[in-house]
Ligand binder design. Structure first.
Ligand code: HEM
Length: 270
């Protein structure tokens, strides 16, 4: 039947992705998978849904808080996916494979659009519900998202002062220090474009491939600017002119952030 065939294909894809996540954990994870009736691991086992929903904030008594926290968790999952793709794209560029880098990068604006949609979900909260959640949150803020800072640093927007962010653990700081030290995507692209212009062109390294990568970086940067602007509008809607929970100027701070660019050199230069 069509649905079964589709289900089997989904299983195959998921099984492959589970296999590739962590080779050391792979064997253990696969051993623990319960086969479904047809001998294939069941959907919920492949996704490790029980564990995922156990740690997700979906059981909170306050349903508004469920929505608030889950949107943040969803964003963090996508931040992790963005980091994986950007790492892979940078490695490909570093090895002279612009085609693969472009393919990875071209997937990312769609991911950012999913992240922008999370703000639409949050905008459905009543102002009173938001205020109640804010009290619960204390001074916790997305400002303390270590993965978001990793993304900025990996792209090339590095600011070592952010290591001092309140709430970061030693492990968070170590991750960010590594990101500060390694070559950024912007550096790696600049080198790729320079070498491509000098060396004899190959299908994977040529001025045309470099241009495709440049456009992909521009599209990513543009999507991030729109994410930042949507974030600022949402903060303004809920906070007006009040400061944020991390102590910044709130929406005014977020509007200022929209002026930053991850890859300033890929934009038209005046
Ligand atoms: C009603 C929802 C939200 C409001 C009112 C809000 C508000 C703010 C404010 C005012 C800041 C500035 C720092 C501070 O003083 O707290 C901030 C920073 C931040 N928020 Fe949100 N936020 C919301 C949702 C989200 C979501 C869903 C995410 C996704 C993970 C997120 C991620 C971040 C990040 C990464 C920063 C740091 C931005 C930077 O420094 O460039 N926020 N947020």
């Amino acid at each position: 039947m069509r649905t079964e065939a589709a289900g089997t294909a989904v299983h195959r894809v998921l099984a492959r992705s589970v296999c590739r996540t962590r080779m050391t954990r792979k064997a253990r994870d696969m051993e623990n998978l319960e086969p479904s009736g047809d001998g294939q691991p069941a959907y919920g086992d492949l996704l490790r849904l029980r564990e995922l929903l156990d740690v997700a904030c979906v059981h909170d008594e306050n349903v508004d808080q469920v929505l608030f926290l889950t949107t943040h968790q969803v964003c963090e999952l996508w931040f992790a996916v963005l980091l994986r793709h950007l790492d892979a794209a940078r490695a490909a560029l570093g090895s002279g494979d612009g085609e693969t880098a472009a393919r990875r990068l071209e997937q990312l604006p769609s991911v950012i659009r999913v992240l922008i949609d999370q703000f639409d979900v949050l905008a459905t909260l009543e102002p009173q519900a938001f205020e109640a959640i804010r009290v619960e949150m204390g001074d916790a803020s997305g400002f303390q998202s270590v993965q978001y800072r990793e993304l900025e640093f990996l792209c090339g927007q590095k600011d070592s002062r952010l290591l001092a962010t309140k709430g970061f653990t030693e492990e968070d700081r170590a991750r960010l220090r590594r990101r500060l030290e390694e070559p950024s995507m912007a550096d790696t692209f600049a080198e790729f474009a320079r070498d491509g212009a000098e060396e004899p062109a190959t299908p994977r390294r040529s001025p045309a491939v470099a241009e495709r990568v440049r456009r992909a970086l521009l599209a990513l940067d543009e999507a991030v600017v729109i994410w930042r602007a949507r974030h600022a509008v949402l903060a303004e809607r809920f906070l007006g002119g009040r400061p944020g929970t991390a102590g910044s100027a709130g929406a005014r701070y977020l509007w200022r952030v929209t002026e930053r660019r991850l890859f300033p050199d890929v934009w038209p230069q005046s």
